[in-house]
Design a protein around this ligand. Structure first.
Ligand code: KIV
Ligand code: NA
Length: 269
């Protein structure tokens, strides 16, 4: 099977209708990518690796090098999904030229097909600049975690009319600039529906609505790797307790000298 392309993702939504919703998950490692690839259309190397992999408490400290390394691993581990890489905070906001420099580095270093960046109208010129120079862009509106120091937290967005209207117009600006898809995160459900209807390109929800054109979750969240997750996460497994139980069993066998057993040891001859 040939790898999906960015235009194929864009074309999933035709005349406002998405017959087959877009399946997207985050991936940060080659093995994770191998396991997720067959089930996904898009693998996102999210800057959420800040919290998930690095134990940071926001995405603000993430660097281009961190993103490039994890993205290269995800590209090596996948052959079907479109790999999209998040542009980290500080690598694109200053100017379209800065964004091109950073985005081209990420694509060269990793083999990803597209970048994602946060922000609406303020980023529209940059989005157009990148696309005209060969770099497909996925937008990200609503709750934009890189702006945590301005927003003051990770609460749901769009509860007031002014804020909701701004999020819709941000999505429109990105779509007009040529974004092939837009993530809408952490907004009240009717607003996620409104954004989905407002733009011609696919809208991928996270903390949005089942009526969006696709969904994304942070894989480690949906696998149950963390005790505290946002309301919008559904846990499809409880890996944290399974990993703890496995480590506990191993530790007990090491202490009891019952591991390694016959099956795990080499004998002469
Ligand atoms: O960084 C990330 O994982 C993301 C998704 C949650 C959309 O941006
Ligand atoms: Na992100």
């Amino acid at each position: 099977m040939r790898r999906l392309t960015v235009p194929a993702i864009r074309k999933r939504k035709q005349d406002g209708v998405t017959a087959e919703p877009i399946v997207m998950l985050t991936a940060y490692t080659a093995r994770q990518a191998q396991l997720l690839d067959a089930h996904c259309d898009v693998l996102l190397v999210g800057d959420s690796l800040a919290q998930v992999i690095y134990g940071l408490d926001s995405t603000v400290p993430v660097t281009l090098e961190m993103m490039a390394n994890h993205t290269a691993a995800v590209v090596r581990g996948s052959y079907h999904s479109v790999v999209v890489v998040d542009m980290p905070f500080g690598s694109y906001e200053a100017s379209p030229a800065q964004a091109f420099e950073s985005a081209s580095y990420l694509l060269k270093a990793s083999g990803a097909a597209a970048v994602k960046l946060e922000g609406g109208e303020a980023m529209a010129e940059t989005v157009e600049f990148l696309i005209k120079r060969g770099i497909p862009v996925m937008g990200h509106v609503g709750l934009t975690p890189q702006a945590v120091n301005v927003l003051g937290g990770y609460g749901a967005r769009g509860r007031g009319d002014a804020e909701a209207g701004k999020i819709v117009s941000d999505a429109r600006s990105l779509a007009n600039a040529g974004a092939f898809s837009i993530v809408v995160e952490g907004v009240i459900e009717p607003l996620a529906v409104e954004v989905t209807k407002a733009v011609p390109c696919p809208v991928i929800g996270i903390g949005g609505s089942a009526q969006c054109d696709g969904q994304v979750l942070v894989t480690d969240d949906m696998l149950g790797m963390f005790e505290r997750v946002p309301r919008f996460v559904k846990r499809y497994d409880d890996l944290a307790s399974r990993i703890s139980a496995a480590a506990q069993a191993y530790a007990a066998e090491v202490k009891a000298r019952t591991f390694p057993g016959d099956a795990q040891t080499y004998q002469p001859g």
